[in-house]
Design a protein around this ligand. Sequence first.
Ligand code: UDP
Ligand code: MG
Length: 195
Amino acid sequence: MLLSIVIPCFNEEDTLPETISRIEAVLKKIDSYSFELIFVDDGSKYKTKQILVEKCKINKKIKIVSFSRNFGHQFALDAGITNAAGDAIIIMDADLQDSPEEIPALYDKIIKDKYDLVSGWKQKRYDPLTKTIPTKLFNWAARRASGIYLHDFNCGLKAYKNTVVKSIEIHGEMHRYIPVLAKWAGFANITEQVV
Ligand code: UDP
Ligand code: MG
């Protein structure tokens, strides 16, 4: 069983060393799966690529996809997913807003509980009201329109069965709608996990 973790990075030199070491620590505890970590350097300016290349020399499970310029979060995500070979694929941000310690529970929901898709639900948000109110409205509208009862369509932490992400095309800001696209593609076994 191969599991892929896809992490888009843009100028993440401050948090990246901690992100990598926390992921490595979490994965060390799970020896029943093999892993690949796919970091997509989205044309970062400073030391992001250097940190990744150094880590790659030590940890052979780390793979790097590198852009010559900044293409944006969604392109980076798409490139990472395209290169992911895992039976299950997790996407997460590099800035530690998503906690690496949630990884095992997300995988269990895909591998053991056989969900097609698990969407992270960030219950506690530390954003200003100018951000939380539009987000709440968006989530309400997305639930109404799609019939999928997720609280947090925007969360950067999600887990998929390989066949789900490989059978839908994600463009631009479409990542928020992956659960909807997955449902349309016939994958109805969707759940969420507080992260
Ligand atoms: N990111 C990227 N390219 C960009 C902007 C961001 O690859 O042009 C990465 C970033 O390093 C992070 C993730 O995408 O790992 C989410 O970005 P950000 O934290 O800025 O988004 P937010 O948390 O505000 O939704
Ligand atoms: Mg962030």
